[in-house]
Design a protein around this ligand. Structure first.
Ligand code: ZN
Ligand code: ZN
Length: 317
């Protein structure tokens, strides 16, 4: 920590995000409707998304960090995926509704009316607040190195950009006599929002289906394990995502002469090595099989010694 007050500002990041974004959401939604700016109403959805992210930072982290218990021996990591899946569906429904509405207005032959200028002021406030929140959350994410807070800071950057588009749209509608431009901005915003929502949906689906970790993480694990003393070969490597954690199942070959104690030691070394190098490592299971030695006899026959000694060993991280 660079400053002592950073401890306090890091602890409050979820709550500040919640209050600030909820205020922006209500302000933009309300003013967007009364001022007749569809772009500002769509812009309110960006703040809605941040309200949800802030709640996830507060609640999700608490629940998924709850220790293992008898009913949930694999932890509570999946609650995050279940929550974000439900939220993404609601989010997709609302943005799709706004999108259809904006397209209908744009295509319809009704008279286009430029939004009231108060919408411009709200868009400007939103830009300022989001720029401030971007720097604030970025400071916190650097201090506490949290990927969740880093995502939050990226959101605020995107939100500021979106509010700039809204402001430009309202200025165009008002001063350039192109009242339809506000609706056009709304169409693009809702399209972008639907894309964001479907991305969250896909991520949570992958998490619920026990998808394996990305290839580069698998490759890194493979290389790390292969280099551990006593490991002859990695026969099997399975990974799955549980919440933010990566769980690993391994089947490795060790020397057939190895004792149970030394096999346990190898497994400990593997867990140690992975814990140090793989972020968000969950449980690690290591099973052993005897290294296959192929002996060639002088008469040309081959005999293989390959006994599965099946010494399961567990390690947690
Ligand atoms: Zn700070
Ligand atoms: Zn439980």
């Amino acid at each position: 920590m660079r400053y002592s007050k950073c401890v306090r500002c890091a602890g409050m990041v979820g709550w500040i995000g919640l209050v600030v974004n909820l205020t922006l959401l209500i302000l933009k939604g309300f003013v967007g409707v009364i001022a007749g700016s569809q772009a500002l109403v769509a812009d309110a959805m960006y703040s809605a998304k941040d309200v949800v992210s802030s709640v996830l930072v507060i609640v999700g982290l608490k629940v998924s960090n709850r220790p293992l218990d008898r009913e949930h021996p694999y932890g509570h990591g999946k609650i995050e995926f279940i929550l974000s899946m439900i939220i993404s569906i609601v989010f997709l429904a609302v943005t799709a509704f706004l999108f259809v509405h904006a397209v209908q207005v744009l295509m319809g032959d009704g008279e286009h009316k430029a939004p009231h200028l108060i919408a411009l002021w709200v868009a400007l406030i939103s830009i300022l607040v989001n720029v401030f929140m971007y720097f604030y959350t970025r400071c916190v994410s650097i201090e506490i190195n949290s990927p969740m807070v880093r995502t939050l800071s990226k959101h605020h950057y995107a939100d500021a950009t979106s509010s700039i588009a809204v402001a430009v749209g309202i200025i165009g509608a008002h001063y350039l006599n192109m009242p339809w431009i506000d609706t056009l901005v709304a169409v693009f915003e809702t399209l972008h929002l639907m894309y964001l929502g479907s991305e969250v949906f896909r991520e949570s689906y992958k998490g619920l289906m026990d998808s394996s970790a990305p290839d580069e993480v698998r490759d890194k694990i493979h290389t790390l394990v292969r280099r551990v003393d006593g490991v002859k070969e990695v026969d099997e490597l399975r990974t799955r995502l549980v919440g933010q954690e990566v769980c690993v199942d391994l089947l490795i070959q060790v020397d057939a002469e190895e004792t149970v104690e030394s096999a346990d030691l190898i497994s400990e070394r593997i867990v140690e090595r992975l814990t140090a190098r793989i972020p968000h490592l969950g449980s690690v299971q290591v099973k052993f099989t005897a290294h296959e030695v192929t002996r060639h006899h002088s008469d040309g026959s081959i005999d293989e010694t390959s006994r599965d000694r099946g010494l399961p060993s567990e390690g947690g991280a």
